[in-house]
Design a protein around this ligand. Structure first.
Ligand SMILES: [Zn+2]
Ligand SMILES: [Zn+2]
Length: 234
């Protein structure tokens, strides 16, 4: 097998959903992995999940990494998990609701707050992303949203990218972003070569925003919910 061959989008999604197994500190350069690298990581994950499921019933304390399924018929279990994460990582309960949201597709989750007084209102989690990436992705997202929540309560800067926020995400092992997943061809402006939209299919009418010129379709990419862009095979 060619060691330069890229992994497929599907393989990368699976790896991403189980990243904590092989990369708990989120240091792997996903952008640089070959097909073979990802294949081997997936085998490791499969061995791990098999062993975990066998030892699942023996433990009573809260362990975030043994959760594989979350009830979606109501938000009750989702809140319970979020509250346990809140206690574990921040030493305080989560006093706002945590809810599934059917309509959120452009983000993994969202921290909603009252703008004038900067007061937390609730945390929502995209139900669609749960079906795409599974329970461990939801847990990673909840940790990200809880970092927003607790910094907001402490009247500290809590926006994505704020140094205080980045430090909190690093401390608790949460992704720095909770964005929409995107897949398609990276396009470039045919005149000035600037990066343009990510598109699934060539459409004649699409023009570059910079020069209103035709688009050139190049590498096929996937943008993961933590914002990382990785080149994959179609
Ligand atoms: Zn955020
Ligand atoms: Zn241009």
């Amino acid at each position: 097998m060619n060691s330069k061959q890229k992994p497929t989008a599907l393989m990368l999604k699976y790896l991403y959903a189980h990243l904590f197994v092989v990369d708990p500190t989120r240091e792997l350069m996903l952008e640089k992995l070959s097909y073979q690298d990802v294949y081997e990581l997936i085998q490791q994950i499969k061995r791990f999940t098999k062993e975990k499921q066998q030892s699942l019933s023996s433990s009573t304390s809260f362990q975030e990494h043994v959760i594989w399924r979350i009830d979606t018929s109501s938000s009750e279990e989702l809140y319970q998990i979020g509250n346990k994460l809140s206690l574990q990582y921040f030493g305080r309960p989560c006093k706002v609701p945590i809810e599934w949201d059917k309509s959120v597709k452009d983000a993994a989750g969202r921290f909603i707050f009252e703008r004038t007084h900067q007061k937390p209102i609730k945390i929502v989690q995209s139900l669609w992303q749960y079906t795409q990436f599974g329970a461990q992705h939801v847990i990673a997202t909840l940790k990200h949203e809880l970092a927003h929540y607790h910094l907001c309560l402490q009247k500290k800067p809590f926006a994505d990218g704020a140094p205080e926020f980045v430090a909190e995400c690093r401390r608790i092992g949460a992704p720095l972003f909770a964005v929409k997943m995107l897949e398609g061809y990276q396009t470039y402006c045919s005149v000035c070569s600037a990066k343009a939209e990510v598109l699934k299919k060539p459409r004649k009418k699409d023009k570059s925003p910079c020069c209103k010129a035709d688009l050139v379709f190049k590498e096929y990419i996937i943008r993961l919910p933590d914002g990382r862009i990785v080149q994959v095979e179609v």
